[in-house]
Design a protein around this ligand. Structure first.
Ligand code: CU
Length: 596
């Protein structure tokens, strides 16, 4: 099946250049990193790609194989390739200044590591803004013991958010003006400016202003103005995967965006989620799912009719969509749905609903750096609670069990609150970001639905807990962990053999996809020994999410938010695993590292 999938995908123009032709046992792959022209159908730009192409290269490995990958840098600047989600020795992980020095212009670096897992992963540059500029590809690994999933066709569906501006310019603009890429009328930053001019009290007293502040859907996305791509193709270029009616089609969704979450559906088809982040889960039939930046989900669909179906992926902020097609014949197309109205951030997303946020420090409301944030000091925030909301005197009393308890708030037109059958426990009660299926009564995947089919580790009590508050100063576009940005932070030190519990407390208004390199993150979603095993954990605003990690990989690793500009502005840590086989030497200095 794999080979058939490969041949067909190749015919459709996917860049499967690095497959070892003619031999399943060949284990040497060659990749070049090149300047390429990215053509989205909306604009063309100069970007970065692999093997001379803007369409993503797909590497196909076999579990148990020992790979050798020669990466040649044809750029005029340093590059690097990180194998996202692969479990490998730390010096093969591809993060400059943590794993190795990087790859200089003209140089070839040879990676060598055993493939000890199966499933869908991806690879990308970890240097500068090469990944946002297009340096990403897919990895598909065939399992040693045969596929647990039955399918007739197999397609990679790799999403990205191509932007006309190069990454370094985007970062400069965000630093200069955090709402630079916000195209809607009013934003939190306008509100903050008003507060600075009039004082927060009067600004808040102005009900209309408050109402307008809530009408700022774009704070859901830092970056707008991009064209979403599927396998390198814009919506009008319509990437198409072929099927014969009745076939089971496996779609390997990979979100390689720099900054964009997508809500994905295929109108007319039920999708069965069979893998999350490369690991098999108990199958979950859904109508729609949200994919965080850097996550992968494998779904199986079975189109029975001789007609085309649209793969529709709306950005979480509803400013753009990716579109592809499944069809019996090339050139067919199906209706493309309209974008839904964006959700609206609520008080819950501002960290004001503390019902399930034990341990949150209420003295630093919303986790912002108040010293640097005019008009947002804690005293004024307290006034905001009580003056405007008319509730008690303790911030903790503002828990909103169903989001509808807050007097004085106008919930009309508020997508996230319209009678969801069952609220998603991974969103703050009353969150405007909580996803809902487009189809009436449709099922949206929740993290709570994910159950490991085959736990990778024996279940045991964590030996230690580490709290990581996700923090930020939005006015200066600094993102941080526990209020400290990367270049000022000490590494997180772990001991080989321990089982660490990470407690992520999101004190910002944005969703952060947290990615630990080198070791698995086991998401605590209440399934105990069957908690799902992931490499990216999305943490919604105003929520606390816990993961556990068996510390079984000596060396030093990156741990960061996978939103490129968040990682680059400080939401990043070095993790040092001390002890273990080989007694990895620690080079503990925290040098600035860029990339997603
Ligand atoms: Cu982030």
């Amino acid at each position: 099946m794999e080979t058939i999938g490969f041949v067909r995908a190749c015919a459709l123009g996917l860049g499967l250049v690095a497959l070892p032709m003619g031999s399943a046992s060949a284990d040497t792959y060659n990749l070049t990193v090149d300047r390429v022209t990215v053509d989205t159908g909306d604009f063309t730009k100069t970007g970065v790609g692999f093997n001379g192409r803007a369409t993503p290269t797909v590497l196909r490995f076999h579990e148990g194989e020992a790979v050798t990958i020669n990466v040649t840098n044809n750029l005029s600047e340093d590059t690097s390739v990180h194998w996202h989600g692969l479990i490998l020795p730390f010096d093969q992980d591809g993060v400059p200044k943590i794993s190795y020095p990087g790859i200089a212009p003209g140089q070839t670096f040879t990676y060598r590591f055993p493939i000890r897992q199966a499933g869908t992963y991806w690879f990308h540059s970890h240097s500068g803004y090469q990944e946002p500029d297009g340096a990403y590809g897919a990895i598909v690994i065939a399992p040693k013991e045969g596929e647990p999933v039955r399918y007739d066709r197999d397609y990679v569906v790799q999403l990205a958010d191509a932007h006309p501006h190069p990454g370094n310019r985007i970062m400069r603009n965000l630093k200069m003006m955090p709402d630079y890429y916000n195209r809607r009328q009013r934003t939190l930053f306008d509100f903050l400016r008003d507060s600075e001019e009039k004082g927060l009290g009067p600004a808040l007293a102005d009900r209309r202003a408050w109402g307008e502040m809530r009408m700022m859907p774009t704070d859901i996305e830092d970056l707008q103005g991009f064209t979403p791509l599927i396998n390198g193709k814009g919506p009008d270029q319509n990437w198409t995967g072929l099927f014969k009616p009745g076939e089971r089609v496996r779609l390997r969704f990979i979100n390689s965006s720099a900054m964009t979450y997508f809500d994905i559906r295929i109108p007319g088809l039920k999708m069965t989620v069979v893998q999350a982040d490369g690991n098999a889960v108990e199958p979950v039939p859904v109508d729609e799912f949200r994919i965080a930046v850097a996550e992968t989900y494998d779904v199986v669909v079975q189109p029975s009719d001789e007609k085309a179906y649209t793969i529709f992926a709306e950005s979480m902020g509803r400013t753009a969509f990716a579109r592809g097609t499944l069809a019996p014949r090339p050139g067919m197309r199906a209706a493309v749905p309209a974008l839904r109205p964006p959700g609206l951030l609520t008080m819950a997303d501002m960290g004001m609903a503390h019902g399930d946020m034990a341990g949150m420090d209420h003295g630093s409301m919303a986790g912002m750096d108040h010293g640097d944030m005019a008009g947002m000091d804690h005293g004024s925030m307290a006034g905001m609670d009580h003056g405007d909301m008319g509730q008690g005197s303790d911030a903790q009393t503002h828990a909103m069990p169903d989001g509808s308890q807050m007097p004085g708030m106008d919930h009309s037109g508020h997508a996230g609150m319209a009678a969801a059958a069952r609220p998603d426990p991974f969103y703050a009660p009353g969150s405007g970001l909580a996803p809902q299926a487009a189809q009436a009564g449709g099922k949206m995947l929740s993290y709570a639905d994910l159950k490991a089919q085959r736990p990778l580790y024996a279940y045991r009590e964590a030996t230690r807990e580490i709290e990581l508050r996700l923090t930020g100063n939005m006015e200066r576009y600094i993102w941080s962990i526990n209020g400290v940005k990367y270049e000022d932070a000490e590494p997180i030190r772990l001991q080989y053999g321990e089982r660490v519990r990470f407690k992520f407390v999101n004190e910002t208004m944005m969703t952060h996809p947290m990615h630990l390199h080198g070791m698995w993150s086991i998401l605590d979603n209440g399934n105990g020994a069957w908690n799902p095993v992931k490499h990216v954990i999305s943490v919604a605003p105003g929520t606390t999410v816990t993961t556990e990690t068996e510390v079984d990989a000596p060396g030093q690793w990156a741990f960061h938010c996978h939103l490129s500009y968040h990682a680059d502005s400080g939401m990043f840590r070095k993790v040092v695993v001390e002890g273990g086989p080989g007694k990895a030497r620690s080079t503990a200095s925290a040098a600035p590292v860029t990339g997603g």
